[in-house]
Design a protein around this ligand. Structure first.
Ligand SMILES: CCCCCCCCCCC/C=C/C(=O)SCCNC(=O)CCNC(=O)[C@H](O)C(C)(C)COP(=O)(O)OP(=O)(O)OC[C@H]1O[C@@H](n2cnc3c(N)ncnc32)[C@H](O)[C@@H]1OP(=O)(O)O
Length: 324
C-alpha cells in the first residue's frame, strides 16, 4: 500500500458503508444488537455502546460489529467525536471471548484474529476523536480497546448501596497470567501509552491496575468518583441508548461527554493530521505483518499445552460464575 493510499484508508476507511439516515439520532433498531450507535449531529458527538452480555467479550461477530459501527459513524461528516462505552456497569469489556480460542474451528480461527486486527486498524486509525468511558473491568483485549482510543476516563469504583460491597474495576494487559502473550501491536500500544519501563513490567507480570494506579502510570487520563451528579446535560441524555438512559447522571459518562465535546470543537483536519503523526507508522507496521501475525496466533493457540491451559481457564470462569 503506497503511503497516499494508506493515508486515505486510515482517514476515510477502505470499505464503503451506508450513510446514516438524515435524522439526528440513530435508533437502536437501526444499529446491530451487539453494538448500539447513537449520533447527535448538532454537537458532532456519537456514542458507541458495547452490548454483548454478559461481559462484552470480543467474539468475531462482536469485532465486526465494532468495525461496522465505527465506519458507519465515520461516514457521517458531521460527527467528530465518539464515546466508547458499555451497557454493563461493571464490565467495559472482558477481552477476547475465550470460547473462540478453545478447540477452535480451523477456518474460523484466522478470521476471528483478522477481525480483531481490523478493530485495531479501524479504531486506532479512526478519523474520529475517540473517548473510552471505562465504567468496569477492562482486562487484556478490553484494555486494548481502551488504549486504541484517544482519551480514557475510568470509574474510581463504587459501593453497592444494598450489599455495601465495593466494586473496583481494573485495567491492564494480563495475558501472561493466562499463559499467553499479547501480540506485538497490542503490547506496543501499552508501551506507547505508559512508556517503556512501566510497559515492560506490566506486560511481564500481567498487571491489572486499579483506577488510582492506572492514573499514576498514565494508562488512563482521568478517574471519576462515583457520586451522582445533581443535573445532567440534555444533549448527553439524548445520546444515551435506551438500555442506559438512566445513566444520564453518571459522572463518568458526563466526564467522557465533556471530553468528546472538547475534541469536537478542534478543527477536524488539523486534529486528524496530528493524530496520524503519532499513529500512522505504527498501523502500517502492523498491516505489513498482518498475515505473519495471524499465522503466529493460530500456531500458538492450537498448541496442545496452550489448549489445555485455555480449557482449564474457561472451566474456572464458568465455575466461578456458577458459584455466585
Ligand atoms: C507473540 C505473539 C503471540 C501470539 C499469541 C497470541 C495469543 C492471544 C493473545 C490475544 C490477546 C488478548 C487476549 C485476551 O483478551 S484473552 C481474554 C482475557 N480476559 C480475561 O481473562 C477476563 C476473564 N473474565 C474475568 O476476569 C471476569 O469475568 C471479569 C473481571 C471481567 C468480570 O468479573 P465478574 O465477577 O463481574 O463476572 P464473571 O466472572 O462472573 O463473568 C460473567 C460471565 O461472563 C463470562 N466471561 C467473562 N469473561 C469472559 C471472556 N473473556 N470470554 C468469554 N466469557 C467471559 C463468564 O464466563 C460469565 O458467564 P456465565 O455467567 O454465562 O457463566
Amino acid at each position: 500500500m503506497n503511503s497516499l493510499r494508506a493515508r486515505a484508508h486510515l482517514l476515510f476507511g477502505r470499505r464503503s458503508h451506508q450513510s446514516l439516515a438524515p435524522h439526528q439520532h440513530l435508533s437502536p433498531a437501526v444499529a446491530n444488537d451487539l453494538v448500539i450507535s447513537t449520533v447527535d449531529e448538532n454537537s458532532g458527538i456519537a456514542m458507541l455502546t458495547m452490548n454483548r452480555p454478559p461481559a462484552n467479550s470480543l467474539s468475531m461477530e462482536m469485532n465486526e460489529a465494532i468495525c461496522d459501527s465505527i465506519k458507519t459513524i465515520e461516514a457521517n461528516a458531521k460527527i467528530q467525536s465518539v464515546i466508547l462505552s458499555s451497557t454493563n456497569p461493571k464490565i467495559f469489556s472482558a477481552g477476547l471471548d475465550v470460547t473462540e480460542l478453545v478447540s477452535p474451528d480451523k477456518d474460523r480461527l484466522p478470521r476471528f484474529w483478522n477481525s480483531l486486527q481490523q478493530v485495531y486498524i479501524d479504531l486506532y486509525g479512526s478519523r474520529l476523536a475517540t473517548v473510552a468511558a471505562i465504567q468496569g473491568h477492562a482486562p487484556a483485549a478490553g484494555c486494548f480497546l481502551a488504549m486504541a482510543c484517544d482519551y480514557r476516563v475510568m470509574s474510581a469504583g463504587d459501593i453497592n448501596s444494598d450489599t455495601k460491597k465495593k466494586h473496583v474495576p481494573t485495567i491492564g494487559l494480563n495475558e501472561t497470567q493466562l499463559g499467553i502473550a499479547a501480540p506485538p501491536w497490542m503490547g506496543q500500544l501499552l508501551v506507547r501509552t505508559v512508556g517503556f519501563r512501566q510497559a515492560e513490567l506490566a506486560l511481564a507480570l500481567g498487571t491489572l491496575f486499579p483506577p488510582e494506579q492506572a492514573l499514576a502510570v498514565g494508562l488512563v487520563d482521568d478517574i471519576v468518583p462515583h457520586q451522582k451528579a445533581e443535573s445532567g446535560e440534555d444533549q448527553l441524555i439524548d445520546l444515551l441508548p435506551s438500555q442506559i438512559k438512566d445513566q444520564a447522571l453518571n459522572p463518568l459518562l458526563q466526564r467522557a461527554y465533556s471530553q468528546a465535546r472538547i475534541y469536537a470543537k478542534i478543527p477536524p483536519q488539523a486534529r486528524v493530521a496530528s493524530k496520524m503523526v503519532t499513529r500512522e507508522e505504527h498501523i502500517f507496521r502492523m498491516i505489513a505483518k498482518r498475515d505473519e501475525d495471524t499465522q503466529h496466533f493460530c500456531g500458538f493457540v492450537t498448541q496442545k499445552a496452550v489448549q489445555k491451559n485455555l480449557s482449564a481457564y474457561v472451566e474456572a470462569l464458568k465455575n466461578k460464575s456458577a458459584k455466585k
